[in-house]
Design a protein around this ligand. Structure first.
Ligand code: AMP
Length: 192
């Protein structure tokens, strides 16, 4: 099972990915998580990416493509994967197609999390409150100003990916405004 999760910040991609990863022993490849980890560790890549992540802008394609290639290469044989937050540009999607061809591990589904922009602000606010309640640090980019920028980046660069994957007959839409269990059921219906 090889999947891409496509959708704006706060659409619930990470929540659904966590569930599927456990249920199907998939590798979860979230470029956002990998970048945050690199920033936390202060690696050269993290130092290069920090300013863009903090501002809600996209990190250069070569940086994220390198991260994804590295992770895909260390899967167990035949282990499926979920790419969460990658690709985000047409260049990334083209490179991904090439890499997956070389690995003989093509995509099965690209799941688009469809959700109105008004709901995203509320969802991100909730995520920040949950982090506070659990005593975890808030994500530095989960604030209204940076969220506006992240949504703008999604519309500017990432929205072009749905026609790209529609043409390849890989795109499946879920109504991500629904509750967590409902979205899970929609995804299970697609995977069945
Ligand atoms: P996310 O956790 O997916 O919301 O990503 C957080 C931030 O990491 C984004 O706002 C970007 O700055 C950066 N980022 C994550 N994935 C990508 C990607 N595929 N391409 C470029 N930048 C990315």
């Amino acid at each position: 099972m090889n999947l891409v999760f496509l959708g704006p910040p706060g659409a619930g991609k990470g929540t659904q990915a966590e569930r599927l990863v456990l249920a199907h022993n998939l590798m979860h490849i979230s470029t956002g998580d990998l970048l945050r980890e690199a920033i936390r560790m202060g690696t050269p890549l993290g130092r290069e990416a920090k300013a863009a992540v903090d501002a809600g802008l996209l990190v250069p394609d070569e940086v994220v493509i390198g991260l994804v290639e590295e992770r895909l290469a260390c899967r167990l044989s035949n282990q499926g994967y979920i790419l969460d937050g990658f690709p985000r540009t047409l260049d990334q999607a083209g490179r991904l197609r090439h890499v997956l061809q070389e690995l003989s591990s093509p995509l099965d589904h690209v799941i688009l999390f469809d959700i109105p922009a008004e709901l995203l602000k509320m969802r991100i606010g909730k995520r920040a409150d949950q982090s506070d309640a659990q005593g975890k640090p808030r994500r530095s980019d989960d604030n209204p100003t940076v969220l506006r920028q992240r949504i703008a980046e999604y519309v500017r660069a990432t929205a072009a990916l749905s026609p790209f994957y529609e043409q390849s007959h890989l795109l499946r839409r879920v109504d991500a405004a629904a509750g967590v269990d409902d979205v899970a059921a929609q995804i299970d219906g697609i995977l069945r």
